[in-house]
Design a protein around this ligand. Structure first.
Ligand SMILES: NC(=O)c1ccc[n+]([C@@H]2O[C@H](COP(=O)([O-])OP(=O)(O)OC[C@H]3O[C@@H](n4cnc5c(N)ncnc54)[C@H](OP(=O)(O)O)[C@@H]3O)[C@@H](O)[C@H]2O)c1
Length: 311
């Protein structure tokens, strides 16, 4: 496993274990016992960074993570959680972190993100409360998720932001033009979500393989619409060509591409499968060549142009 500085005194693995899936809720959940074992395996593989949210499974994700991590020394772990956009008044933020800490069985989190902006609640009030929580030691770093650059500037006028969590992958690259250069220039860590596009970049949903049942919430998501699945085919094929030549999985190719992009600290990946987890971490063992990176870059841009034109 490779590690980078999230900020001074906090080192994180370049793969972060995403815990949305194991909370249940929208996701079809494996048993808690299975997920406890998968988290244990993540630690064995060198992953020390975990991402959850109060909103995942209405707190269940945090509870399972807390149970899994309780027997490991706290100082070896980097735990991030998020306050929901309907809890952003100061008093609500404080109540939310207190409840999250109880479920996580810890007395501080390494990163506390605002999960999504909420225009109805003054950002200055939320950021002022986050600054107080940081001063009190309940939160080590303040993070933002799903914020535009303009919204980041507004937040940073009130308190320093050290981490952001945007969506990013070969199928979602809008942050490249403004947010990534800004974060590089200001030393802000970027942890990406939907790094394998909720499974699309693993090839599972192309080439006549698995069709998502209509009951799966992803079937309504933009990248899973039938016309977009079709438009994504050249990219999935390009990933498969490289994967076959390299004798690695398609997931590894997609993750290796992401981690080779400028400014990327850690790829957050969700899985409830020990086999998938073992496979995914192997993306850290090898690197794509300059030609492979550039060919994926070209196909991805073409596909995204096509998809954006369809909306
Ligand atoms: N801040 C935000 O707003 C936000 C939004 C979304 C997600 N997140 C965070 O990011 C994490 C991950 O993002 P995501 O949930 O959108 O999706 P993702 O990590 O892009 O994809 C997860 C999906 O990929 C599958 N998968 C994983 N490894 C695989 C492999 N090697 N081969 C085939 N399939 C594989 C998983 O199924 P299996 O379980 O079968 O492996 C799961 O269905 C979440 O857990 C959460 O922590 C944050």
């Amino acid at each position: 496993m490779e590690y980078v500085n999230l900020r001074e005194n906090i080192r994180i693995s370049r793969m972060t274990f995403g815990c949305w899936e194991l909370g249940g809720g929208q996701w079809e959940k494996q048993s808690d016992d299975v997920n406890l074992q998968v988290i244990e395996q993540a630690l064995t593989l060198g992953i020390n960074s975990f991402d959850t949210a109060e909103g995942y499974g209405n707190g269940h994700s945090e509870s399972i993570l807390g149970e899994a991590l309780a027997k490991h020394p706290r100082e070896t772990l980097v735990i991030a959680t998020k306050v929901s956009p309907n809890h952003l008044y100061g008093v609500e933020v404080r109540r939310a972190i207190e409840q999250s800490l109880t479920r996580l069985r810890t007395d501080y989190v390494d990163v506390y993100y605002i999960h999504w902006p909420n225009r109805d609640i003054p950002l200055t009030e939320t950021m002022a409360e986050l600054r107080r929580l940081k001063e009190e030691g309940l939160v080590r770093s303040i993070g933002l998720s799903n914020f535009s650059l303009a919204q980041m500037h507004e937040a940073m006028a009130e308190a320093p932001v050290e981490v952001i969590q945007p969506e990013y992958s070969l199928l979602s690259r809008s942050i490249e033009s403004d947010i990534v250069p800004y974060c590089i220039a200001h030393g802000i860590a970027i942890l990406t979500y939907s790094s394998i596009a909720k499974g699309i970049l693993t090839g599972t949903y192309h080439q006549g393989q698995t069709a998502l049942p209509a009951s799966d919430f992803r079937s309504k998501r933009r990248l899973f619409l039938p016309e977009h699945i079709q438009a994504e085919t050249p990219l999935v094929n390009a990933i498969q060509t490289i994967a076959e030549r390299r004798r690695v999985s398609m997931a590894q190719v997609a993750i290796a591409w992401l981690l080779a992009q400028p400014g990327m600290s850690s790829a957050i990946i969700g899985t409830q499968s020990a086999a998938h987890l073992q496979d995914n971490v192997k993306a850290l063992d090898w690197q794509l060549s300059a030609e492979e990176l550039s060919s994926l870059d070209d196909v991805s841009r073409d596909v995204l142009t096509h998809i954006d034109a369809q909306v």
